[in-house]
Write a protein that binds this ligand. Structure first.
Ligand code: OOG
Ligand code: NI
Length: 468
């Protein structure tokens, strides 16, 4: 069989990028090795329980990447490239206001959307677009210059786009063209050795280092590639023991002894890399840039809108208590206390209270034990969960957190940059992003809810058969 389906292409694409990134950023290879060791040890300690949020094969191969592009045209093109790999736009993230630092981007994530596709290979890429038209960051002259520079560059060769379109349309690609697609797609995300215009780069950097990384160079590049671990606290400790300094805190939820929800992430700061510059006096020579870093993540259960509300309130409460001087300024300690006060301690309670997404399996013995009322067709899902008849299996969170994303961006900025809040920002949302991308951007909640609803419907059918 030489015909390659999108998931096969996606798995190969993730491996190719991983090899490339490991050659470019050796610390990434260390991170991958330590992650694998952490996962093996966790599996040995916990057994089958360790695989509740994904099989060890999936988790070991799992990566997310991040790229940044400079215009709506580039965003539409990158969407065509990812479509060939079965990766579709999900979620809208506005990082412009998510932190005090100047991060002038709006983002979406390209990822598989079906449960089976995610299980085969969940590779996802967080993709940010420079909001080059936002007057809070860029004055009239810079907006014009950015538009000119972005309009002149080509990130993706025509051959790649044509091949990608055909692959998406045919639902796969034959060898040897599959190999050609992978060559072209991988090299589109490679760091370029073309000289960087020093004056232009520094001018953008004065507004935002992120703007310089996007608009100050002639290509895009993988900015980090993130492995997934089953125990991020263990990973953090092992990296520090190896002498690799991580950012101060793990972003997202704290470690606690209840269910892990959403996403926990940490990173090490970008390393200085030698790049070639073209200086103001016309000479070309080496210089240093710090843009590419290492990140690692642990994934938890996806939260419903009600659960997400609770999460946001817990984050706000943590902030308030920290500001009031609790926990000696250690955020995770304060957060753990808040979590213990508010978040249910078991998956079953999370499910019964409708705070997180689950699929449900049917426990016949529990039904026999319960008898009576819960077998009525109008028994609520909550009753079925309480009675142990509907057994919740967590749906893993496949997306990102804007606050953590902003924290990750920010940890790599040496100064805050510039944002003029007296100006009115440009409006972006999921609908605008869909227009830019040229295809509908899915709302992540719709995807999780659909998966949960389908499983509840199956469970009710099984119940109906038994009740007859
Ligand atoms: C993207 C940062 C966001 C994450 O894991 O939240 C991200 C970037 O640095 O371009 O990757
Ligand atoms: Ni990331």
């Amino acid at each position: 069989m030489t015909f390659q389906q999108p998931w096969q292409l996606r798995a190969r694409f993730a491996r190719r990028l991983s090899t490339m990134y490991g050659e470019e950023v050796p610390a990434y290879t260390t991170l991958v090795d330590v992650s694998a060791a952490v996962n093996e040890d966790h599996l040995a300690r916990r057994g089958a329980d360790a695989e509740r949020l994904g099989s060890i094969d999936r988790v070991t191969a799992e990566r997310h990447g991040a790229i940044r592009v400079g215009s709506p045209q580039e965003m539409a093109q990158v969407a065509r490239v990812f479509a060939a790999f079965g990766m579709h736009p999900v979620g809208f993230y506005d990082l412009r206001d998510a932190s005090a630092s100047s991060v002038p981007v709006v983002s979406t994530a390209f990822r598989p959307v079906d449960a089976e596709e995610l299980a085969r290979n969940p590779f996802r890429v967080f993709t940010s677009m420079l909001a080059a038209d936002d007057p809070r960051f860029f004055d009239r002259e810079l907006r014009q210059q950015l538009a000119d520079v972005m309009g002149r560059r080509t990130l993706f060769p025509a051959e790649l786009l044509v091949l990608a379109d055909r692959t998406a349309e045919d639902g796969g690609l034959e060898e040897p063209e599959a190999e050609r697609l992978l060559d072209l797609a991988t090299s589109a995300f490679e760091l370029s050795d073309e000289p960087v215009d020093h004056a232009w780069y520094r001018k953008l950097e004065a507004v935002s280092a992120v703007a310089a990384d996007i608009g100050g160079v002639s290509t895009t590049h993988i900015n980090h590639l993130t492995p997934r671990v089953l125990d991020i606290d263990d990973l953090y400790a092992r990296m520090e023991a190896l002498g690799i300094t991580m950012i101060d805190e793990i972003q997202g939820p704290p470690r606690w002894d209840g269910p892990d929800v959403l996403l926990r992430q940490t990173s090490f700061r970008a390393l200085a890399e030698e790049r070639v510059f073209r200086f103001e006096d016309g000479t070309v020579g080496p210089g240093e840039l710090r843009v590419r870093f290492g990140e690692v993540e642990q994934r938890g259960i996806a939260l419903t809108p009600a659960g997400r509300d609770l999460y946001d309130r817990m984050v706000a409460k943590t902030d308030r208590r920290l500001a009031a001087g609790e926990g000696n300024g250690v955020r995770v300690d304060v957060a753990r206390t808040v979590w213990e006060e508010h978040l249910p301690r078991t998956e079953k309670e999370l499910a019964a209270q409708g705070l997180a997404y689950f699929t449900y399996t049917f426990d016949r013995d529990a039904l026999a034990r319960a008898g009576g009322s819960v077998t009525e067709p109008d028994a609520s899902l909550g009753d079925l969960i309480e009675a142990g008849i509907a057994v919740p299996e967590p749906i893993v969170y496949e997306d990102f957190l804007p606050r953590s994303a902003a924290g990750i961006f920010r940890s790599n900025l040496t100064d805050e940059g510039f944002r003029d809040d007296a100006q009115r920002g440009t409006d972006y949302d999921l609908t605008v992003m869909s227009e830019i991308v040229g295809r509908p951007v899915a709302d992540p909640h719709d995807l999780y809810r659909r998966q949960q609803d389908a499983s509840v419907a199956r469970l009710r059918e099984q119940l109906a058969v038994v009740a007859r």
